[in-house]
Design a protein around this ligand. Structure first.
Ligand SMILES: [Zn+2]
Length: 266
């Protein structure tokens, strides 16, 4: 049995909808990954084979299973469908199950499952297109804010100060980068990401997230620099580092802060 806001429920009754919803969100993540960077509508037209344009029938659109049944080929043109589609669905499904098992079958579980799936989607889109779409970060900001106001996800003031800190710090980085390097080191998408992160993390962990993301980015750049490749043109997007740093902050951010304040004798 699992504790829920409506009393104890059997495990299968809790996780069956979580698995189905996670896979469905993974399917939706595939749509977002494909369409958002191309500025296509996410509702119409319905999903099509990217190779022959044949509309995908509902039974061909069952997450993971359809791909296996069709053996990774389009039912129309028989050209292969990337294994990335079922993999994204599977990962999202696992993230939903993990989020609920870690945070509980309640608003926290819902909010963090959505957050992990969103971060995963953002990483893929940013790696391919260097974009952090508002269509993902704005709804997630609202989910974080609603959690703080109604579900004790975080203190309401900490949430609001976090959003303000995220906005201010990312704006400073954006404008500072522009002034220093005479080019756009960051985009508006990064600023909204900062606001979203602030809503979930509060202001202290938001500062830590930026620090950790920069650290991770620098560590990644060293082997590339040693290999003698030019990274002055911003060879890697910053979003994946931000997303990984945010996850680190969610789970161990408070410990890191405690360790650090102990270190400098506060
Ligand atoms: Zn096709």
């Amino acid at each position: 049995m699992i504790e829920t806001p409506w009393g104890p429920f059997p495990i299968w009754l809790v996780y069956t909808p979580v698995v189905i919803l996670g896979a469905a969100l993974g399917s939706f993540a595939n749509v977002l990954i494909y369409r958002l960077p191309r500025e296509e509508s996410i509702v119409s037209p319905s999903s099509r084979c990217p190779k022959c344009g044949r509309p995908i029938r509902p039974w061909e659109n069952i997450p993971v299973l359809s791909w296996i049944i069709l053996r990774g080929k389009c039912a129309g043109c028989k050209q292969s469908i990337s294994i990335r589609y079922p993999l994204v669905e599977l990962v999202c499904c696992c993230l939903a199950v993990f989020g609920v098992s870690w945070f509980g079958f309640n608003y926290s579980g819902f909010a963090y499952s959505m957050l992990f799936i969103s971060l995963f989607t953002l990483i893929i889109i940013d790696l391919e297109h260097w974009l952090l779409p508002f269509m993902i970060t704005i709804p997630m900001t609202i989910i974080g804010l609603v959690g703080a106001v109604f579900f004790d996800l975080r203190g309401i003031w900490d949430c609001l100060f976090g959003m303000a800190a995220g906005f201010a710090l990312f704006m400073a980085l954006l404008l500072g980068g522009k002034a220093l390097f005479k080019r756009d080191a960051m985009g508006g998408g990064d600023v909204v990401f900062g606001i979203m992160a602030g809503a979930f993390l509060g202001w202290k962990l938001t500062i830590l997230m930026i620090f950790l993301a920069s650290l991770l980015g620098t560590l990644m750049a060293i082997p590339i620099l040693i290999a003698g490749r030019d990274i002055s043109g911003r060879a890697i997007p910053f979003g994946p580092f931000l997303a990984v740093a945010m996850v680190i902050c969610i789970f161990v951010g408070d410990y890191i802060l405690k360790w650090y304040t102990g270190l400098i004798g506060l």
